[in-house]
Design a binder for this molecule. Structure first.
Ligand code: CP
Ligand code: NVA
Length: 338
């Protein structure tokens, strides 16, 4: 057995910085195996439940294909399929699923739910996004940064937009763990919660990384290596549209913002966890345009399609990094203490 065996990933802080680094490197290794066509059936014979209270393209697809590549059987259980949250408690659902499945992915609203599933199922539970954290996204994102820049320690990532959402929370904490400087650029109304800042500060003191929380774009993007953004309105917050557009309109990522970094081309990339609103090629985009007169929101189409953009590499890396966390925590493989 290894140090990872049987553990859940509910939030980034469940692991040490060295363990997160190991998982990122393991993801890169599994990507190389996949590209070479080398089998990696670390989860032969395992059953994996995929619980989704919220929609998903990448996380669902990544867990599904990762499980199959690892030799496991994934089973999708959407919120309209099971009784969790309506007729059945987290405790009962967890106990039942834990008796049949070897591992559980959960995406949904409350962090309490994913914690409850881990407690009552007795099997590894992986957080595929809650209102608070998006830890599997962090593995893919720092893996993508590592692919681009090699060593990520001392690099800077600037998250522009809603400084209070799951992505901003996860970046503050995870970047501080890994020695990556994190800048959050957001209007004051959307500055991160003090508890998240305190957690990040604890890690930053040890890793030597610095973070900055500012409403000043020039200050926040100068000298950064990654401009990262996310939707202005996260899943479940749809009632806040008017307010968010008003607050975040000045924070759109555009070419001018990329230039303001002052970086040479090989030292600046754009990333986005996706889905993104960068044109009106969807029904949703058309609706937003009709209501708010915007053709683009958090990022311009020009940046999205530019040479700086890495969002599709990042999306692919969801699969490789999710393989890493599933194989490490559930696979029969020896990983030395890291
Ligand atoms: N980035 C991400 O989690 O995408 P999905 O919502 O499509 O899973
Ligand atoms: N902040 C976004 C992330 C989507 C991957 C949301 O929660 O909807």
């Amino acid at each position: 057995t290894s140090v990872f065996q049987g553990r859940s990933l509910l939030a980034e802080k469940d692991y040490t910085p060295a363990e997160l680094e190991y998982l990122i490197d393991f993801g890169l290794h599994l990507k190389a195996l996949k590209k070479k066509g080398i089998p990696h059936h670390y989860l032969e014979g395992k059953n994996i439940a995929l619980l989704f209270e919220k929609n998903s393209t990448r996380t669902r697809s990544a867990f599904t294909t990762a499980a199959i590549d690892l030799g496991a059987h994934p089973e999708f259980l959407g919120s309209n399929d099971i009784q969790l949250g309506s007729k059945e408690s987290v405790e009962d659902t967890g106990r039942v699923l834990g008796s049949m499945f070897d591992g559980i992915e959960f995406r949904g609203f409350s962090q309490k739910t994913v914690e409850g599933l881990a407690k009552f199922s007795g099997v590894p539970v992986w957080n595929g996004l809650t209102d608070e954290w998006h830890p599997t996204q962090m593995l893919a994102d720092f893996m993508t940064m590592k692919e681009t820049f090699g060593d990520i320690k001392g690099k800077t990532l600037t998250f522009v937009g809603d400084g209070r959402n799951n992505m901003a929370n996860s970046f503050l904490v995870t970047g501080s763990m890994l020695g990556v400087n994190i800048h959050i650029v957001a209007p004051k109304e959307l500055f991160p919660d003090q508890s998240v800042i305190d957690t990040a500060q604890g890690y930053a003191d040890k890793s030597g990384s610095k973070f900055m929380i500012t409403d000043n774009i020039d200050e926040g993007v100068k000298g950064t290596n990654v401009i990262y953004t996310d939707v202005w309105v996260s899943m479940g917050e749809e009632s806040q549209w008017d307010e968010r557009i008003k607050l975040l309109k000045p924070y759109q990522v555009n070419m001018d913002m990329i230039k303001k970094t002052g970086q040479p081309d090989d030292q600046i990339i754009f990333m986005h966890c996706l889905p993104a609103f960068h044109d009106t090629n969807t029904k949703y985009g058309q609706d937003i345009k009709a209501k708010y007169g915007l053709n683009e929101m958090e990022v311009t189409d020009e940046v999205f399609r530019s040479k700086y953009a890495r969002q599709f590499e990042e999306a692919e890396n969801r699969m490789h990094s999710i393989k890493a966390i599933m194989a490490a925590t559930l696979g029969n493989l020896f990983i030395p203490k890291v």
